[in-house]
Design a protein around this ligand. Structure first.
Ligand SMILES: CC(C)(COP(=O)(O)OP(=O)(O)OC[C@H]1O[C@@H](n2cnc3c(N)ncnc32)[C@H](O)[C@@H]1OP(=O)(O)O)[C@@H](O)C(=O)NCCC(=O)NCCS
Length: 150
């Protein structure tokens, strides 16, 4: 079941995201930053366990970012990631956003969800606000991908 995150989910979201951050696949998030942006998060729960999460953050009038998408290692390949991204797109539509983007290494996954690769320079500067926290800030190899919602 996918639903908006509650404060009870924050620690599990943090653990899930940082499991992949420790393996160099995602940006690390502090528990504090998860609480600060908790209203951006959706979670997928199976028997009370958080098995997946995603956040949509608003960047600008018509642009949002899909962030912190993660599915527990033992739950991958069952369509949970796809459902989380579809639900995130629906949330973004309801807010009035026209495009959502992701900065990712998982290009095949996002392409299968309808995203296309765009030139990173096409995104507004504000998008790079978190780069100062990233160990790869000077050698970023994440790919920018975008989904039109209209
Ligand atoms: C990327 C991730 C969220 C995908 O979640 P998932 O639940 O395993 O993906 P799904 O089962 O919904 O797969 C949806 C589609 O993407 C494909 N896919 C998923 N991961 C893929 C990968 N690594 N490479 C190629 N294709 C992939 C699936 O085959 C499926 O294709 P289909 O619809 O044609 O059958 C998950 O692998 C993950 O948590 N990865 C680690 C964290 C991460 O990198 N997050 C992205 C940060 S931007």
């Amino acid at each position: 079941m996918i639903r908006a995150a509650t404060s009870d989910d924050a620690q599990a979201i943090c653990d899930l995201v940082n499991y992949y951050a420790e393996r160099g696949r995602m940006l690390h998030r502090s528990l504090e930053s998860i609480y600060e942006s908790l209203r951006d998060f959706l979670v997928c729960k199976e028997q009370e366990r958080v098995v997946g999460c995603v956040a949509v953050s608003i960047c600008w009038k018509d642009l949002g970012e899909v962030r912190s998408l993660a599915v527990a290692p033992d739950c991958q390949g069952k369509g949970i990631g796809r459902k989380l991204v579809e639900q995130a797109a629906e949330v973004a539509r309801q807010i009035g956003l026209r495009r959502i983007f992701a900065l990712t290494y998982e290009t095949k996954f996002f392409a299968s969800a309808g995203f296309r690769v765009v030139d990173r320079e096409a995104l507004p500067t504000k998008v790079w606000r978190d780069c100062i926290y990233c160990p790869r800030a000077d050698a970023c190899d994440e790919i920018a991908m975008i989904l039109d919602l209209t």
